[in-house]
Design a protein around this ligand. Structure first.
Ligand code: NQM
Length: 368
C-alpha cells in the first residue's frame, strides 16, 4: 500500500480515459487490492457510488460515466493485454464485472502504452486484448507515428464532439459472451407475454423488440424515453421475464440484458435503435450492443425482418442508427453459411483526459 505524505488518504494511480462514448478511470491491476470484494469497495469509493450525483468521487452521474477499466499484461499465450471491465451505477453499490464494454475497450491499448505495459511500434501499434469478463479476444490498432501515441486526428464517432485519431477494433469471437450461445433460446424469434422478441448475444446480451409493439415510434429523443415511466415499466417486466430464458437467471440487479427498441431506418442507415442499458436510455449505442443488433439484422426471421435494410454480400456494413447519429459495424459472414457472422470490425476513438491518483480513505482501503 502506498501512503500519502500529505494526508490520511490513500493515493491510487489511475488515468481518467474516454473510451468511445464512455468515460472512466483506468487502473493497473497491480495498483488495486487483489481481493475482489475489497477492490470493489475501493472502486465504489473512487467513483462516489452509491450516490445519484456521485459527488464524492470521479463518476459522472450516469451509467456511461460510471465505468472502470483494469488492465494487466496478459497471462494467456498469444494475447498481449488482459482487460477487466467494471460497470458501476451512480445510485447503487453494485460492481458488475460480467458483461464487456466495447467503448471502454477502445481505451485499453492507449492506457497500456501510456503506462509502458507494451512497447510502442512505428506507424501503428496493434495488440490482442482478452476481456476477462467474457473470455473474448479482439485486435485493437492505434496510431503511433514516429513511435509516439497520436490522439488527434480526423475520425468522428457520433456521440462524441469533434474528431480524434482512429482506433480500430476487430472482434474475433463474440457469440454467446454472457449467454450460453448466440441465440440462447435456440430461436431467432420468441414470443414472451404476447410480444415478439429476439433474444441474442453477439458480444452483449440483448432483447430486441419492435418499438411499435411497445407503443412508441422508436424515433423519440432520450429525454422523452427516459421520462416515459409506463414504457420503462413494460421494458423492465419484459427484461425480468426473459432473463431466465436467456440463461441469465434472475436479472433484477444485473446491468444486462440491455433492452433495444428497433424501428425502420430514417436517416439512410440499416435500422433505427433506442437502447436501455438497462434502465436509462443510451445517448448512442454500446459497441457490442451495435454488433449484436447488426447481427440480428442479418438473421432471417428476427424482429428486425421487414424493418431493417441490410446491404448484400458476405462483407457488409450495417449502419445502426441511434439517438445521436449512427454506428457502422462491418460484419464478415461465413461463405458456407451466410446466416453466421464470423467477425465484426468497427471504429472508435479514445483519449486520456487526466493522469493522476484517485484518493480513497484508509478505512476503505484496509477493508475496515
Ligand atoms: O455494448 C453501454 C457503452 C455501453 C456498453 C451499456 C458497450 C457495449 O456504450 O460494448 O460499449 O450497454 O451499458 O459504453
Amino acid at each position: 500500500m502506498t501512503t500519502d505524505h500529505h494526508s490520511d488518504l490513500i493515493p491510487v494511480p489511475c488515468i481518467l480515459m474516454r473510451g468511445g462514448t464512455s468515460r472512466g478511470p483506468f487502473f493497473l491491476e497491480s495498483d488495486l487490492p487483489a481481493d475482489p470484494a475489497l477492490r470493489d469497495r475501493v472502486l465504489l469509493a473512487a467513483m462516489g457510488s452509491p450516490d445519484k450525483r456521485q459527488i464524492d468521487g470521479l463518476g459522472g452521474a450516469h451509467p456511461l460515466t460510471s465505468k472502470v477499466g483494469i488492465v494487466r499484461r496478459s497471462k494467456t499465450a498469444g494475447v498481449d493485454l488482459d482487460f477487466l471491465f467494471a460497470q458501476l451505477q451512480p445510485d447503487k453499490d453494485t460492481v458488475d464485472t460480467t458483461p464487456n464494454c466495447g467503448n471502454m475497450l477502445a481505451a485499453v491499448l492507449p492506457f497500456a502504452l501510456e503506462r509502458g505495459l507494451l512497447p510502442v511500434q512505428q506507424g501503428t501499434t496493434t495488440a490482442r486484448v482478452l476481456t476477462l469478463n467474457t473470455g473474448m479476444q479482439c485486435d485493437v490498432t492505434v496510431q503511433t507515428p514516429g513511435g509516439r501515441l497520436q490522439y488527434t486526428g480526423d475520425a468522428r464517432i457520433d456521440g462524441v464532439p469533434g474528431t480524434a485519431a482512429p482506433i480500430t477494433i476487430n472482434f474475433l469471437d463474440t457469440a454467446g459472451s454472457v449467454c450460453p450461445s448466440l441465440l440462447p433460446t435456440g430461436h431467432v424469434l420468441d414470443r414472451v407475454d404476447g410480444i415478439d422478441v429476439t433474444l441474442i448475444d453477439n458480444g452483449m446480451p440483448m432483447v430486441l423488440v419492435r418499438a411499435a409493439d411497445m407503443g412508441v415510434t422508436g424515433y423519440e429523443g432520450v429525454a422523452e424515453l427516459n421520462g416515459n415511466a409506463a414504457l420503462k415499466a413494460k421494458l423492465e417486466a419484459l427484461r425480468l421475464a426473459v432473463g431466465p430464458l436467456m440463461g441469465l437467471g434472475d436479472v433484477t440487479t444485473k446491468s444486462y440484458p440491455k433492452m433495444c427498441l428497433v424501428a425502420a431506418p430514417r436517416d439512410g442507415g440499416s435500422v433505427a435503435t433506442r437502447c436501455f442499458i438497462p434502465h436509462v436510455c443510451h445517448e448512442a449505442i454500446g459497441v457490442l450492443a451495435a454488433v449484436t443488433v447488426a447481427t440480428a439484422c442479418v438473421l432471417e426471421g428476427s424482429v428486425t425482418q421487414g424493418i431493417a435494410s441490410v446491404p448484400a454480400g458476405l462483407v457488409k456494413t450495417v449502419s445502426v442508427e441511434h439517438p445521436t447519429g449512427e454506428f457502422s459495424v462491418e460484419l464478415g459472414l461465413d461463405k458456407d453459411n451466410p446466416q453466421q457472422v464470423n467477425r465484426a470490425a468497427l471504429l472508435r476513438t479514445a483519449r486520456p483526459i487526466m493522469r493522476g491518483e484517485v484518493l480513497v480513505s484508509q478505512e476503505i482501503w484496509r477493508g475496515n
